[in-house]
Design a protein around this ligand. Structure first.
Ligand code: PLP
Length: 355
């Protein structure tokens, strides 16, 4: 496999002269800041917020570098991983010409953003056991294939994908392989972050929205080689992570112990919830999960979804996704929420399938 980033990047992005912010041009210590058309009088909030944030989130990346054991230069932060998904298309995929490969059922934003960017989508559906069909993926690759999306653990199926399969793809494909590890903290599998050194074409996405409990701050992480990070920096909006988000993330990153406790608690609740749901009559299957959610196969799943909504309990009806007929995806809640869910499911089963 011959990987050459220059063959992957869009020619207009290679040539692009990116926007140069006031902070790009002067990063020393200054006492009079008259360079960015900010409001020198302050703000209705704390005076602090009248200034633009660090465009490259240096302090956050240093802290993440320590936690993730990845050089800060190999980290890119987005306004959620959703922004990074879009930026990967904008940096590497030529609209109307290039294509990408997805492995459905999977996280729908890979497809939505490809459509927004007018990138052709090729699908290599997961096998019936929800593992990768490597031969099919390899068959689909052509000279215009720029990205292969691999979500592990996968949303909505919940399982981790076989590491050897992912390595085979990394070894054979000379475009970028994006491994989306949004749920990795709930899994016993090893992250691919430590494999960046072995694969120049590897991009790993993680997020603070799940295990870290910071979905409202919108911070997603991308770990990749420095050239990929460089192109993403070229394409992003100058101040894509707000000052509030940077400050709060820095604070949260001090609390690794508390986050690990939450992860452990959520995993214990997931195991307990899976056992309870599995034992309910008419439940066909609770799929094994390495995440903070469960995919449950049950007849008339759409009807169950509507019943739960009517009780104020919102899950996701995933029945329309490939190989997910009659399935709902249930996020593990807190103890009380899980009890309410189980009670409502039991009521619905009783009334829908009278003995
Ligand atoms: C697999 C996967 N990737 C990415 C995301 C988006 O994460 P973020 O909140 O960082 O945009 C999600 C959100 O549900 C997800 O399930």
């Amino acid at each position: 496999m011959q990987f050459d980033i220059k063959k992957i990047v869009r020619p207009n992005i290679e040539k692009l002269k990116p926007y140069s912010s006031a902070k790009d041009e002067y990063s020393g210590v200054a006492s009079v800041l008259l360079d960015a058309n900010e409001n020198a009088l302050g703000s209705p909030l704390t005076k602090w917020y009248n200034r633009y944030p660090d465009p490259y989130q240096t302090a956050v990346k240093e802290k993440l570098s320590f936690i993730k054991k990845v050089p800060a230069s190999q980290i890119f932060l987005g306004n959620g991983s959703d922004e990074i998904i879009d930026l990967l298309y904008r940096a590497f995929c030529e609209p109307g010409k290039d294509n990408i490969i997805i492995c459905p059922p999977t996280y729908p934003m890979y497809e939505v953003n490809a459509n927004i960017n007018d990138i052709q989508i090729k699908a290599a559906p997961l096998l019936p056991d929800f593992q990768l069909n490597v031969a099919h993926i390899e068959q689909l690759v052509d000279e215009h294939t720029k990205l292969i999306w691999i979500c592990s653990p996968n949303n909505p199926t919940g399982n981790s994908l076989d590491r050897i399969d992912i390595e085979t793809i990394l070894n054979h494909f000379n475009g970028l392989v994006v491994v989306d590890e949004a749920y990795i903290n709930f899994s016993k599998q090893k992250s691919f972050v430590q494999s960046l050194i072995d694969y120049p074409n590897l991009v790993v996405l993680q997020t603070l929205s799940k295990a870290w409990g910071l979905a409202g701050l919108r911070v997603g992480m991308c770990f990749a080689n420095e050239e990929v990070v460089g192109y993403l920096n070229k394409v992003k909006a100058p101040y894509n992570i707000s000052l509030v988000a940077q400050e709060l993330v820095l604070k949260a990153l001090e609390e690794v112990g508390q986050v690990n406790d939450m992860i452990q608690h959520l995993v214990e609740m997931r195991i307990a919830l899976a056992q309870v749901i599995e034992s309910m009559p008419h439940v066909e299957k609770v799929y094994p999960s390495d995440t903070n959610f469960l995919l449950v196969k049950i007849p008339q799943a759409t009807n169950l979804y509507q019943y739960l909504c009517s009780k104020g309990i919102i899950v996701r009806d995933r029945s329309s996704l490939l190989n997910c007929e009659d399935s709902v995806r249930i996020t593990v809640g807190n103890e009380q929420e899980n009890t309410l869910l189980v009670d409502a499911m039991a009521e619905w089963i009783e009334s829908t399938f009278p003995a």
